[in-house]
Design a protein around this ligand. Structure first.
Ligand code: TYD
Length: 206
């Protein structure tokens, strides 16, 4: 039986997701488990390496990745998420199924997988549904500039293909969020304000 809370934190590139989660872990310590996708369990971390590090990764299309992300997720759920929830511990995942929806189906334009996504989601998640999705929402160009380590005033023009991918991805996240309990946090603000809002969202659901 599920007792702990299951929370997902998502965000576009440069939203500050990883550093916010790192600070949260420092503050909350053993009170929460912070995990990530792809990965989060031993076997899923191996699938993560395959996805992100294989020299042949460029050959993989959205359909292949879709299957790999779900396979990794199945193991992550069984070996990390469920055991934490059963012990009554809150688990926060850095990315989850929302990323598959946004990246593979919208970003990589595999719309033919959209209907299937919800079926496979029911199958793999079963009773374990995240209690809340928190989306750190950053303007695409601001996020990309942050990620590239550039100042706000530097006038870099990101190539149109990259911008389009990120626009599609954000649209995917927004579509996904309409179907699940969620909070959207403006991540264009300072790190401190984002932190405050994140903690507020968490305290409401913990
Ligand atoms: P990671 O280094 O964890 O990046 P980030 O800091 O952006 O979270 O890399 C994970 C990458 O995998 C990231 O680009 C998003 C992508 N991804 C998908 O495409 N689909 C998925 O289902 C998940 C979980 C991640």
């Amino acid at each position: 039986m599920k007792k702990g809370k299951f929370i997902v934190v998502e965000g576009g590139d440069g939203a500050g997701k990883s550093s916010q989660l790192k600070r949260l872990k420092e503050e909350l310590g053993e009170a929460v488990v912070i995990t990530r996708e792809p990965g989060g369990s031993q076997y899923a971390e191996e699938i993560r390496n395959l996805i992100l590090k294989s020299p042949h990764a460029k050959q993989a299309d959205a359909k292949t990745l879709f299957a790999l992300f779900w396979a990794a997720r199945a193991d992550h759920l069984k070996n990390t998420v469920l055991p934490a929830l059963e012990r009554g511990i809150t688990i926060i995942s850095d990315r989850f199924d929302s990323s598959t929806f946004a990246y593979q189906i919208y970003g990589q334009e595999a719309k033919e997988l959209e209907k299937f996504f919800w079926t496979i989601r029911d199958f793999y998640l079963g009773e374990i549904r995240p209690d809340l999705y928190i989306y750190l929402d950053v303007d695409i160009e601001t996020g990309l500039r942050r990620k590239a380590g550039q100042g706000e005033d530097e006038n870099n023009h990101f190539d149109a293909k990259k911008l389009d991918f990120h626009k599609r991805m954000r649209e995917g996240f927004m579509q996904f969020l309409t179907r699940v309990p969620h909070v959207i946090i403006d991540a264009n603000q300072s790190v401190e304000s984002v932190r405050k809002n994140l903690k507020k969202a968490l305290s409401l659901s913990l």
